[in-house]
Design a protein. Structure first.
Length: 763
């Protein structure tokens, strides 16, 4: 008996067609199964999908199941079942497979990144070629281009047949021009000028830096964020009834210009008449009331109200109430344009931390992060300790982002887990520094360092300086947790060669070889004491004709080869919120250095630095920095002239050549001094056009300072000042810094240096 069973289907057919099919043959026992028509697919794959095996009985129902199963794989365009004697013959017509995916005309995106995004929608090499899937891939490509503002993109797809039933897919792309925002209109505003409102938005018209930020390209997500910023701007100024009525986004027929119109209704300003506290306060009302910044008689501010409720919940969080809630209920009088609030406090249950999880660290070891945690597992939840833990992890400098989450433990009401989510940043740096002055011309510096070597948190650095004046080779290593209590240990080896011939401080050369051991002992969360012991050997070279007489006299009295045992002690207090981009807090450094017997040199030096950061607005920070220092020889020996303080240059008073400030010798060379004082004030703010991107910051600075001799009184009227602009950018190639300074109160004998820049490469 021989019967042909044939079925031709398309993917959209319902399975009910199979149920209606009639199979006109008597059931039989399958003696063998033969597969025909396969080119790429293994016969075993087909056998795995067949619902019948050799030796089983073949029926109409099983035939329908077999065809349905094989079509369901998506591998075949046609399936036939033939019966020859007691042999079941399965004949298939395979769909082609995607052999390659190519892109023609693509410039906007990395091709491999696009292939990865197409894989997410199921379109990739090796998969079965399907027209519906191809259309979905085209839509995904267009979606990505629309996200870049290229609304005129055209995508043409070609599928070229290849041998062994394969196809090569080519996407030919005409990217077109980027559509830019031509105009943003705000309609209905009366209280604030349009320009002031546009400054609150990220989206903008083309400007100086929009090539980098892409903020002149329309994005629905950015527009939604901008609308919320507008709403917050009004609500923070008392406009309780403010409403965004509608937004219209239109594009010109040539798909190159976009117009955005925002229609608003401002309403009236509401005044706060009263703020009460209610609910289970748990803590004294007077203590919680101090946290409320919304005051009666002031215009309503949503920001102040949110800050008040947040401060109350955080305060309760410090007592272990992780799920505390403070909800402000308003009482609005529309006739009088007033609003009163009752803040209801619900502390919830006191909870403790079950487990601390670290997420996102692929290179850094868990212990490097855990040792900075001040919130412990098994202890009561403490919001203040969690915040301190976050700051300590951030100040390691190993991570670009640090987030702390506290999800509740399922099935409990008094437990939370702490999830520390970090994003690692490159911690190795190859730094190249370049400076320019009329005397030194180009100065080159270079260093290589790794502040998280092998993910251990240890720091290793090697520095080489090939400047005209300074030539330095140094190596250092620091283990910040030599003990589990946070005692650090480090060592330094260095060779410094100074040629002061062109520096303007007299003709001399010194070569110093040294090494030392140092320790740091923390005694509070913010304070650390440092101790060190080092040995130096310094060789002095003078020119009998060109060197100043005071140098020759020193050499005649003390020789040209000096050894020194140097003892150091220091203190650092660091309360900054970040070590990379601080916006608030302070760092103070005090240091004392003694060079004592059995060395040839005997002197002491002390320095103190206070650097403070104050947030002026959310984006603008004021930085104040002050440094004082004094030094003196003892044991009947003077302070060596090459240990004097010097000022001028990039690190202190910009606008003046390095080491050029202070007393001068009769030949005009700088003497340096045993006392120094300098200060700087700098306003740091985002680069115009970058919006909320903090990778770029501008600064307007005022520097001042002076160096004084041993018997010279400190007088502020002798200070040199400068003012100017600085620019810092954490670029993809590494940190980039520029400064342009204009000297103030300069004198004819001063040496001016206005421009410096520094470029680093991160690896």
């Amino acid at each position: 008996m021989r019967m042909l069973l044939r079925a031709a289907f398309v993917a959209a057919l319902s399975t009910t067609l199979f149920a209606r099919a009639a199979w006109a043959f008597e059931p039989f026992t399958i003696r063998d199964i033969r597969i025909e028509g396969i080119q790429r697919i293994e016969a075993g794959t087909i056998f795995s999908y067949l619902p019948v095996k050799v030796g089983e009985q073949m029926t109409d129902e099983k035939a329908a199941q077999a065809i349905r199963a094989l079509f369901g794989t998506g591998f075949f365009r046609d399936v036939r079942l033939d019966v020859q004697g007691n042999v079941l013959v399965v004949t298939v017509d395979e769909r082609p497979a995607i052999a390659s995916i190519e892109f023609s005309g693509m410039k906007e995106f990395d091709k491999e990144a696009v292939k990865k995004s197409l894989r997410e929608v199921g379109f990739q090499e090796g998969r079965i070629f399907d027209r519906a899937m191809l259309e979905q891939a085209e839509q995904e490509l267009k979606r990505q281009y629309l996200g870049r503002g290229k609304y005129g993109v055209q995508v043409t797809t070609t599928a070229t047949p290849l041998d062994r039933n394969r196809v090569a897919v080519t996407f030919s792309i005409d990217e077109g021009e980027v559509a830019k925002i031509k105009k943003i209109n705000i309609v209905g505003n009366k209280a604030f000028p349009e320009k002031e409102l546009l400054d609150q938005m990220v989206l903008t018209t083309p400007g100086l830096m929009t090539w980098y930020t892409k903020n002149d390209q329309y994005s629905r997500q950015k527009l939604q964020g901008d609308l919320e910023s507008l709403r917050s701007y009004y609500l923070n100024r008392g406009f309780v009834d403010f409403n965004i009525d509608s937004t219209q986004v239109s594009i010109t027929p040539d798909k190159r210009d976009i117009y955005i119109t925002v229609n608003v209704t401002e309403g009236e300003v509401y005044t706060v008449t009263d703020v009460k506290l209610g609910g289970d306060l748990l803590l004294p009302e007077a203590e919680l009331r101090k946290l409320v910044t919304v005051k009666p008689g002031e215009p309503f501010s949503r920001e102040k109200l949110n800050d008040s409720t947040k401060a109350i919940t955080e305060r309760l969080g410090n007592e272990g109430y992780a799920f505390a809630n403070a909800n402000a209920v308003p009482a609005i009088d529309k006739d009088k344009r007033t609003v009163a609030f009752t803040i209801f406090v619900d502390p919830g249950r006191r909870v403790y931390v079950r487990r601390i999880n670290i997420v996102g660290n692929t290179r850094t070891r868990d212990e490097v992060i855990r040792r900075e945690m001040r919130q412990l597992e098994g202890s009561f939840y403490d919001a203040q300790k969690l915040q301190l833990s976050k700051q300590r992890i951030d100040k390691t400098g190993y991570f670009s982002e640090v987030e702390v989450e506290t999800p509740a433990v399922a099935g409990t009401t008094d437990q939370v887990d702490v999830t520390v989510r970090v994003k690692e940043r490159p911690t190795g740096a190859l730094l190249v520094g370049v400076g320019f002055s009329s005397v030194d011309k180009l100065i080159f510096q270079g260093s290589i360092s790794q502040s998280n070597i092998f993910g251990t948190g240890n720091t290793f650095s090697f520095q080489a300086n090939t400047g005209t004046v300074n030539k330095t080779v140094s190596m250092s290593f620091t283990d910040p947790y030599w003990t589990i209590d946070g005692v650090s240990r480090g060592f330094d080896l260095y060779r410094r060669a100074i040629d002061a011939t062109t520096l303007g401080i007299g003709n001399y050369k010194t070569t110093t070889l040294g090494g030392g051991l140092r320790f740091g002992v923390p005694f509070t969360e913010y304070d650390t004491l440092f101790f060190g012991l080092a040995y130096e050997d310094t060789k002095l070279q003078l020119d009998p004709v060109l060197s100043p007489q005071r140098f020759l006299d020193f050499q005649s009295q003390f020789g040209s080869d000096y050894s020194a045992v140097i003892e150091t002690a220091g203190w650092v207090r660091d309360t900054r919120d970040s070590a990379i981009w601080p916006t608030r807090g302070r760092i103070q450094r005090g240091n004392v250095e003694f060079a004592t017997s059995p060395g040839d040199l005997e002197y002491w030096k002390t320095t103190y630095q206070n650097q403070s950061f104050f947030p002026i607005t959310r984006d603008v920070t004021l930085m104040l920095n002050g440094v004082v220092g004094t030094a003196h020889g003892f044991g009947g020996k003077p302070l060596p002239f090459f240990k004097n303080f010097y000022l001028g240059g990039v690190g202190d008073v910009r606008g003046y050549r390095a080491a050029s400030l202070g007393p001068r010798d009769v030949d005009g060379s700088s003497l340096g001094g045993s006392k120094k004082a300098n200060a700087s004030a700098e306003v740091l703010f985002p680069f115009p056009g970058t919006g909320k991107d903090r990778s770029m910051r501008l600064g307007y600075f005022v520097d001042g300072g002076q160096v004084y001799g041993q018997d010279e009184p400190v007088k502020f009227n002798t200070w040199r000042y400068s003012t100017g602009l600085s620019f810092a950018w954490n670029s993809p190639l590494g940190p980039l810094k520029f400064s342009m300074a204009w000297p103030l109160h300069d004198q004819p004998e001063d040496h001016i240096q206005r421009f410096q820049f520094q470029l680093g490469t991160i690896f």
